[in-house]
Design a protein around this ligand. Structure first.
Ligand code: BG6
Length: 487
């Protein structure tokens, strides 16, 4: 059997994720000619609908969410590859029917025996699905591989994540499990590794001697919307920081991996995550800020006395030779003035001593008009890199002017920038786990998040579409710094 051929079995056929992300991504991959020839989708849902009705519904979702115009040929080809299968996935006996259905297709209609199970479902269903697959023998390997893709949230703390992981590992080995963090599929997050390790000019400076602080910020314009029931139980710390922001941090701050192989990269991230300095009662009080936007409690599905945070800002440190003493400031929030995500690296000023220890220190006064060098890695909506340099102002007197060098990737490539899900789906089909979270990484991120003494963290209200709570600004002002993304 062809290693790349694949039957993708989606649990959650009519859910938001399938309609908004998976099907548009598959359409895009079909259009680009990236899907294997032998590729089929079995979409599992509870609703009693015909194949035509299901495809029609997907078509409407595509119209709403695809990032290119719908290519009719590609859509027709993809639609023919999709089969809707109705079952109640909470009933173990129904997995027999699924097994029979798959076997018949695999024998009679040449569906591939390489099986990709995609759980586009809330995590409370993960265990029952995995058990159903295992107990009926659907996982018996008749193809080259079985792979499992899981969406977050993966647990709500370390203890619950461990239980979930043990349940899943009863049926799937670690190398078969692909835990999605869609930020790892974003172009500019992938570009961080490239920028750091394919340019001689950055890596020698990527340490506490030259870098003053690093900021990772993800702001959202929207509120919680229809996801309120999930979000109100989760909050920004677990919804965003534990996964997307800590993964971005790990990639930004890790030591160079020995090679660019999946496990070497993940080893480097694991080392970094194990070096995060845990929060104490005191630092939870001083270095973490929670916020809630003003109108949050009026959202449908939110408890009237909810204390869920929709905003987080925190300062953390890393205990290793490279980063000792350098603050990392992370922030994320909903209902802020714009949607944006970026990593900002603030270099030390030329009047700060950066000579190696023991060597005499040569410092230069800051000239009028000079600023610190700032490297911005812009993740979204614009994708690109900008670097601020001090240059001489053309004049007879010596004055400095800041030159901003900007590379806008999304302006050059426009709609050709692939969506994260396109890259990640292709990675799973190819068996490349580089951009997926390994269990030890996940465990360490929960361990770190669990160290925050939540009862010590103040919850501050902030204006809808305002600048976030002032306490978040004060966190940096106290250190004579500022958030660069809200300039
Ligand atoms: C998800 C969170 O993982 O990421 C959402 O659950 C959040 O609350 C979303 O809105 C943000 O992703 P993106 O790609 O729009 O920045």
């Amino acid at each position: 059997m062809n290693e790349l051929s694949c039957t993708m079995i989606i649990f959650g056929a009519t859910g938001d994720l399938t309609r908004r992300k998976l099907i548009p991504a598959l359409h895009q991959l079909q259009y680009g000619g990236h899907l294997p020839e032998d590729f089929q989708v079995v979409a599992i849902g509870r609703r009693e609908i015909t194949q035509e009705e299901y495809r029609e519904d997907l078509f409407h979702a595509m119209v709403a969410y695809t990032r290119i115009l719908i290519d009719e040929d590609s859509w027709e080809t993809l639609a023919r590859r999709i089969t809707y299968y109705k079952m109640d996935l909470t009933k173990t006996e129904e997995y027999r029917g699924l097994q029979t259905f798959l076997k018949e297709r695999q024998h009679g209609e040449n569906f591939s025996c390489n099986q990709l199970f995609y759980l586009a479902m809330a995590p409370e269903f993960f265990t029952v699905i995995v058990d159903g697959l295992k107990d009926t023998g659907i996982l018996e390997e008749t193809g080259n591989w079985n792979r499992l893709v899981l969406e977050k949230p993966f647990g709500k703390d370390l203890a619950s994540a461990k239980v979930l992981n043990e349940n899943i590992q009863r049926a799937f080995r670690e190398e078969q499990i692909f835990r999605i963090d869609h930020y790892l599929g974003k172009e500019m997050i992938q570009n961080i590794t490239m920028l750091r390790f394919q340019n001689t000019i950055f890596e020698p400076l990527w340490n506490s001697r030259y870098i003053d602080n690093i900021q990772i910020s993800v702001s959202e314009l929207d509120g919680v919307g229809s996801r309120a029931p999930y979000y109100d139980q989760t909050g920004a710390l677990r919804d965003m920081v534990q996964n997307h922001l800590l993964q971005t941090l790990a990639i930004t701050a890790m030591d160079p991996p020995k090679t660019m192989e999946a496990d070497q990269i993940r080893d480097a991230k694991v080392k970094l995550l194990s070096e995060l300095i845990l929060f104490t009662e005191e630092t939870s009080k001083t270095n973490v800020v929670f916020g809630q936007y003003e109108s949050y409690k009026n959202e449908i599905g939110v408890q009237e006395n909810s204390v869920t945070e929709t905003f987080v800002a925190l300062k953390l440190f890393i205990d290793n030779a490279r980063w000792r003493g350098v603050p990392f400031y992370l922030t994320t929030g909903k209902k802020l003035p714009e949607k944006s995500a970026q990593v900002t690296v603030e270099f030390k000023a030329p009047n700060q001593c950066v000579q190696p220890e023991g060597e005499p220190c040569q410092v230069f006064d800051m000239q009028p008009g000079s600023q610190v060098n700032i490297l911005e890695i812009k993740i979204q909506p614009k994708e690109g890199i900008s670097l601020r340099l001090n240059t001489k102002k053309p004049s007879v007197i010596s004055e400095t002017v800041v030159a901003e060098m900007e590379y806008c990737q999304s302006c050059q490539n426009n709609f050709n920038t692939p969506d994260a899900y396109e890259k990640l789906l292709l990675d799973v089909i190819h068996g490349d786990s580089t951009r997926f979270t390994r269990w030890d990484e996940l465990a360490l991120t929960w361990y770190f998040i669990d160290s925050i003494h939540l009862d010590q963290v103040p919850l501050c209200e902030y204006e809808d579409l305002g600048r976030g709570p002032w306490e978040a600004h004060e966190l940096l002002e106290r250190d004579q710094r500022k958030w660069w993304h809200v300039e």
